[in-house]
Design a protein around this ligand. Structure first.
Ligand SMILES: [Zn+2]
Length: 174
């Protein structure tokens, strides 16, 4: 099992009986956190998410696309499970999430990928899509990643990371 994912499965009963898309709000709730959305004003425009350890709140930018909000939420759950702080808050700017420049941000992203796309279900869904598709299509890669992304409700680039990691499309190389 994925390294970070193991930590959350060990710490939460709810995730063992898993449904896809992964029920992030319930997971946050099991950790004692409530999820809210904020309407960003000009200053907050670049903020995707905040985790407040004192008030046990996770805040998401409601202007972000749903799949982006889900990635942010999974990332914030990562900060909580990995105990990146004991109190205070972590503010995640969109840029942090896309190009993390410190180890904690990188780990929270990695955690999000593992949480949102469980290895077993991801590979199973890939096989299902593979069996349904026409392999001669030039768009095959984009179609496959997009279908996985809509099933797991994940951003395209994060889904692509998972596909590459499991080398699922390697057989297509000439
Ligand atoms: Zn972060």
């Amino acid at each position: 099992m994925d390294k970070f994912r193991k930590q959350i499965v060990d710490s939460l009963y709810g995730i063992k009986k898993e449904v896809i898309p992964v029920q992030l709000v319930s997971i946050a709730k099991e950790l004692g956190y409530t999820v809210y959305r904020f309407r960003s004003n000009f200053e907050a425009l670049d903020i995707s998410g905040i985790v407040n350890y004192d008030e046990k709140k996770i805040l998401l930018n409601e202007l972000d696309f749903n799949m982006r909000q889900r990635f942010t939420l999974a990332h914030e759950i990562g900060h909580i499970v990995l105990k990146h702080l004991e109190n205070g808050e972590i503010v995640d700017y969109r840029e942090n999430l896309l190009n993390p420049d410190d180890e904690k941000e990188h780990d929270a992203n990695r955690f999000a990928v593992e949480l949102l796309m469980p290895q077993k279900q991801f590979k199973e869904k890939f096989e299902e899509i593979k069996n349904e598709n026409n392999f001669n299509s030039d768009d095959y890669k984009v179609i496959t990643v997009s279908r996985l992304a809509s099933y797991f409700i994940t951003p395209y680039y994060a889904t692509e990371v998972r596909v590459k990691e499991f080398r699922l499309l390697d057989y297509m190389r000439k």
